[in-house]
Design a protein around this ligand. Structure first.
Ligand code: AMP
Ligand code: ZN
Length: 500
């Protein structure tokens, strides 16, 4: 029996607002599409939360034995500054300001994004397609929507006709927005506007002579709208109907609503069985976002250099902090929460190190402990299968770590433990920590011993300071700096570091 049959998944579908049993289109397979970043700036910690949610979800599907195809795109064209199809293309603007080729901007921030994911121990998706590599398909689907009478061309741009679509379908099915209200709210169309209705959205935009990112099309030189890329890339790699589409909550409208309209309009089928939306990371209750000025970058968090931070925190502490709350709840960032996450993670990580080295006993013993060990192992799975409740799993892992610590301290001896139950308990603890939650012992990070060595030097430096040997303490700091390791002295003699 496969693990996924033993612990069937249920998940909250944003489309119905209900928890539903997961039934894949192809038995044993999962097709999942997640909207990736627009690569015009560094990803901030809020973005990290969303990608982490789907990292853990894809890890869990795999762990249960599903064959997963996880597609996460890179938006490298078409995302305008404003959701109402106005303003400059975000990447083109950055290229203009920095006097770079757009593709230089794209390469730089794509690499930065990958580096951040690596630091947080996120696994790469199966396919990472880019919008600029799918222009032909985006033109094709736009042509199809025009043929079907659901889109129209004006002055070299093409718009999706939302009221037309809404005559026979439900625009607003995902977000709950009502087209009548959308038509009334916001500013009025003015004479400059090309759109027939203000709810319409761009499938293709004409490029002005100065616009650098441009491709030939039946409507003249231009570039694709933002929403169409995700429809094209998801259906190309996962089929016209696939299992899961994910992204941050803020993408529900208009982005995902438009994706549904485009796909239903072009293919006559609902594209997605389960829509999953992860909630926002907030700071003092406000969404972390670049435009609000309350965002910080992972490297600022590791080094503790941002003004909102008391000190630096390691990537695994941050990962643990985020997984301590359910993906559908908002998560508020605070120094206090980070400090307790640091302690909590350390406790679980130390138990992990210990249990990995602990041999499974050979005897069969029937005792209350046998039932308890099995119960905890099972609860990890049932919690995770219950809408990926990582918060609940972590609570069970704490319970498990208390037992592990009993063994470590000698309060619990191995002769009291049943071989099969302990083997199950041990395998589950390790699997949940490493494979599913992706938490690893910190010194291993980066795949090298460098961080371990830096920690040894930090300890030596602390010792030198206690001994008032400031010459040695400064030498350690300066020599590390010379090889790109920056030490930062925090409060209470704590030291953190970053590696260039
Ligand atoms: P963007 O590059 O702006 O398209 O964002 C990439 C992803 O990060 C999207 O799925 C957003 O929904 C998500 N995101 C943006 N801000 C936050 C936040 N404060 N908390 C969680 N996710 C976010
Ligand atoms: Zn998307």
């Amino acid at each position: 029996m496969k693990l996924y049959e033993q612990f069937p998944i249920s998940l909250t579908n944003s489309l119905s607002g209900k928890k539903e049993p997961f039934q894949p289109v192809n038995p044993g397979h999962v097709g999942m599409y997640v909207c990736g970043p627009t690569v015009y700036s560094d990803v901030h910690l809020g973005n990290v939360r969303t990608f982490l949610t789907f990292d853990v979800i894809s890890r869990y599907f795999r762990h249960l034995g599903y064959k997963v195809r996880y597609v996460r795109n890179i938006t490298d064209v078409g995302h305008l500054e404003n959701d109402a199809d106005e303003g400059e293309d975000k990447i083109a603007k950055k290229a203009r300001l920095e006097q770079l080729e757009p593709m230089e901007v794209v390469k730089h921030y794509t690499e930065g994004f990958h580096e951040v994911l690596r630091q947080f121990n996120m696994l790469p998706p199966s396919i990472e397609p880019t919008a600029t590599a799918h222009i032909v398909e985006q033109i094709e689907i736009t042509k199809r929507l025009i043929e079907k009478g659901l889109a129209y061309e004006v002055n070299g741009s093409v718009y999706f006709d939302v009221p037309k679509y809404n005559e026979s379908h439900d625009y607003g099915i995902l977000s709950g927005r009502k087209i009548e209200e959308l038509m009334e709210s916001g500013r009025k169309l003015d004479s400059q506007d090309e759109k027939r209705n203000k709810v319409d959205f761009a499938l293709w935009k004409k490029a002005s002579p100065a616009h650098i990112m441009r491709w030939p099309s039946p409507w003249g030189d231009g570039f694709p709208g933002w929403h169409i890329e995700c429809t094209v890339m998801s259906t190309k790699y996962l089929g016209e109907t696939f299992d899961i589409h994910g992204g941050g909550m803020d993408l529900k409208f208009p982005h995902h609503e438009c994706e549904i309209a485009q796909a239903v309009g072009a293919n006559g089928k609902d594209p997605v069985h389960y829509w999953l939306h992860s909630n926002m990371l907030t700071v003092n209750g406000q969404k972390m976002s670049k435009s609000l000025g309350n965002s910080f970058l992972p490297r600022e968090l590791f080094a503790g250099t941002h003004q909102l931070l008391d000190k630096g925190y390691s990537p695994m502490t941050v990962r643990f902090f985020m997984l301590q709350s359910h993906y559908s709840s908002t998560l508020d960032f605070s120094n206090e929460a980070m400090q307790s996450a640091e302690k909590g993670f350390k406790r679980l990580a130390q138990a992990l190190t210990f249990i990995k080295k602990t041999e499974v006993p050979s005897q069969a013993v029937a005792s209350d402990l046998t039932t308890e060990l099995n119960r905890m192992a099972t609860e990890c799975y049932t919690s995770m299968s219950d809408d990926f409740n990582s918060a609940k799993v972590i609570a069970v892992l704490f319970e498990m770590s208390a037992r592990i610590n009993d063994i470590k301290s000698g309060n619990l001896t191995m002769d009291k433990l049943d071989a099969t139950a302990f083997a199950n308990f041990k395998a589950t603890y390790i699997a949940m920590m490493e494979d599913v939650l992706g938490l690893k012992e910190e010194t291993e990070s980066g795949g090298s011993h460098l961080e371990g060595v830096v920690n040894v030097l930090i300890e030596l430096r602390k010792k030198a300071r206690t001994d008032r040997n400031y010459a040695l303490s400064d030498k350690i700091r300066d020599d590390l700096q010379a090889i790109g390791v920056q030490l930062k002295d925090g409060k209470n003699g704590e030291m953190t570091y970053t590696i260039d």
